[in-house]
Design a protein around this ligand. Structure first.
Ligand code: HEC
Length: 162
């Protein structure tokens, strides 16, 4: 009986521990995407460091929130398309861009062939997308960038453009 109690306690603790911070990390087992790195401070010229125009624009928009390092993960079903830089992703989640330091994740999802952008708070799983025009976390801001820059992003995925 003591043993059972011990194991039960242990299991509860274990679930408790692994649950912290990871409960909403639905991408935990997805393959990593190419997009990753530190978000440089405002004013840094990333083109001089080998970056391109779209990366410079991204840094200029998001440096202000000082979001730290970012990593991307691609949904397993979307990965084959990502690898060949395909233009047509399957319906459902395409990928995520994770900013651990600021507890936020950018998500791109394909619905009826169109991209849906969102920003979730990792710890709560809730959307923190903004609705003010021009706001960095407004899905329209995401859309504008991902679909411009002379189409360097294929099928709305940007990390695999090189
Ligand atoms: C000014 C341009 C720009 C804006 C605005 C922007 N992104 Fe991106 N996004 C990029 C670039 C560039 C990358 C790849 C970064 C790299 O190569 O390191 C990227 C990567 C991503 C990825 C990883 C998957 C992929 O496409 O490779 C997701 C998911 C994503 N963005 C979603 C969003 C969401 C959601 C928003 C709005 C809240 C947003 N993005 C706003 C340019 C932008």
């Amino acid at each position: 009986m003591r043993k059972v109690l011990f194991y039960t306690l242990f299991a509860v603790m274990f679930i408790g521990f692994t649950g912290v911070g990871s409960a909403n990390e639905f991408w935990a087992k997805w393959p990593a995407g190419k997009a990753k790195g530190p978000m440089p401070p405002c004013g840094v010229n990333v083109i001089a460091l080998g970056g391109d125009d779209i990366l410079q624009a991204t840094v200029d928009i998001y440096c202000g929130v000082n979001p730290g390092n970012y990593k991307s993960y691609i949904h397993p079903k979307a990965y084959a398309t990502y690898k060949v830089k395909g233009g047509k992703y399957p319906e459902g989640m395409l990928g995520v861009l994770v900013f651990k330091k600021i507890d936020a994740v950018f998500t791109t999802e394909i619905k009826n062939g169109k991209p849906i952008y969102d920003v979730l708070q990792i710890s709560t799983g809730k959307s923190i997308a903004a609705s003010d025009a021009g706001h960095p976390l407004n899905p329209k801001t995401c859309e504008k960038c991902h679909a411009s820059f002379e189409g360097v992003c294929k099928g709305y995925a940007c990390g695999n453009r090189f």
